[in-house]
Write a protein that binds this ligand. Structure first.
Ligand code: NAP
Length: 290
């Protein structure tokens, strides 16, 4: 590892809790792999101090920030400008500099799409997709899929959250319709049985992180024509992915989304393609292990 000097450029993650974050290992591995004189730190920033952290980034000349719980909303409100995805979601998971201006970005959706495209070889345009969940990760995925022309059904325990997430997806689908030649993506609320006719099923709930969790969807609804994605990355093989593989489906875990969302941030800050294999190795995750 490079010992920091007066010219070392600094990036980091803000969050609380943040000490368990994989981001320092991911980004420092990428800097080392490319021989860049950069370093990446974890800053424990308590709830309510997200805007102060953005001011500190400005004052200290920090080059880039990753943003995690509980600051995604407050940071989105504190930067000078938002990317279209961050503006729609009202949440920034990353801040980059453009000269003196700070731009809030949200790379979760782009990370998910890159994982789907590169690892499963799938273009979501026109596909029937089901997203289980309507939280932060689900909303990023719903917006990304709808913006690419997919037809999204949102299935969630709380109907209000499902309706809000579907409305965001509908807005994203409509906004990109012109760029897609008039073929617009859409999002609506539905029941779990929609998984039976889906091309892609995405679990964006935490169900599967512990052994005692029930499956997030009835495995009888899964089949060999489908791609089943679980956003969970630890464990790398959830009971849902086991059941989906048994049904003959193509499976994908959350490692790709985790790595590619970080890779997008790395490229925004440094201008370099991220060495994702070195990043995966640094945190003991297997990009090919889905
Ligand atoms: P979140 O904002 O807390 O949302 C959780 C969602 O799951 C909500 O829609 C919630 O439904 C639903 N849910 C929670 N417990 C449930 C239960 N027992 N039964 C049914 N539904 C339940 O969480 P998040 O940040 O979106 O994260 C969701 C998952 O995605 C986590 O497993 C996380 O590790 C993973 N994730 C992965 C990546 C990646 O890069 N691979 C990135 C972010 C998140 P209600 O609306 O009814 O509460």
């Amino acid at each position: 590892m490079v010992v920091p000097t007066g010219s070392t450029r600094v990036a980091g993650v803000i969050g609380d809790p943040v000490r368990h974050s994989l981001s320092p290992a991911l980004h420092n591995a990428a800097f080392a792999e490319l021989g860049l004189d950069w370093t990446y730190l974890a800053f424990e920033v308590p709830v309510g101090r997200g805007a102060d952290a953005v001011a500190a980034m400005r004052a200290l000349g920090i080059e880039g920030l990753s943003v995690t719980m509980p600051h995604k909303d407050t940071v989105a409100a504190a930067v000078d400008e938002l990317s279209p995805a961050a503006a729609l979601l009202g949440a920034a998971n990353c801040v980059r500099r453009d000269g003196d201006r700070l731009i809030g970005e949200n790379t979760d959706g782009a990370g998910f799409l890159r994982s789907l495209r590169t690892q499963a070889g799938v273009d979501p345009a026109g596909l029937r997709t089901v997203v289980l969940g309507a939280g932060g990760a689900a909303r990023a995925v719903i917006v990304a899929l709808a913006a690419e022309g997919a037809l999204v059904t949102v299935v969630n325990r709380s109907p209000d959250a499902a309706a809000r997430a579907a409305a965001l997806g509908g807005e994203a689908g409509g906004a990109t319709a012109e760029a897609l030649g008039g073929r617009s993506g859409s999002a609506s609320v539905g029941g779990a049985e929609a998984a039976r006719d889906a091309d892609v099923v995405v679990n964006a709930t935490p169900l599967g992180m512990t052994d005692s969790d029930p499956l997030p969807v009835d495995p009888a609804l899964l089949s060999d024509s489908q791609i089943v994605v679980d956003l969970i990355y630890r464990p790398e093989r959830t009971p849902l992915l086991e059941a989906a593989a048994e049904a003959g489906a193509t499976t994908l875990n959350g490692v790709g989304m985790l790595l590619y969302q970080a890779a997008e941030q790395f490229t925004m800050w440094t201008g370099h393609d991220a060495p994702v294999d070195a990043m995966a190795a640094a945190v003991g995750l297997d990009l090919a292990g889905s």
